[in-house]
Design a protein. Structure first.
Length: 97
């Protein structure tokens, strides 16, 4: 997450930048390690938690649709686990350009 514009970018193997261009990052060829530049707060998402919340949301939305789209039927959304990645991470490195 860029600390200047607050844009959150998902890293891929090609370089990506935030909206303001302050932060650039990418996964390395191994698909596990990554790098970034600029003033960022690296974030991580627990994939298992995210997939479980999507599954649960799909079920709740099915009930909502069966009830004719009544907004009083259910839910405000299903939470999942995300975390800030520390500076001492072994798999993410800040690069000075």
């Amino acid at each position: 997450m860029c600390r200047k514009c607050n844009d959150v970018i998902s890293l891929i193997k090609e370089e990506r930048s935030c909206y303001c261009g302050e932060v650039i990052g990418a996964y390395c060829k191994d698909g596990l390690n990554a790098w970034y530049t600029g003033e960022a707060r690296p974030l991580g998402i627990n994939n298992k938690s995210l997939l479980e919340s999507i599954y649960k949301q799909d079920i709740e939305e099915k009930y909502w649709e069966e009830d004719g789209g009544n907004k009083d039927t259910c839910c405000n959304g299903i939470e999942f686990t995300a975390f800030c990645i520390p500076k001492w991470s072994n798999t993410l490195k800040k690069i000075i350009k």
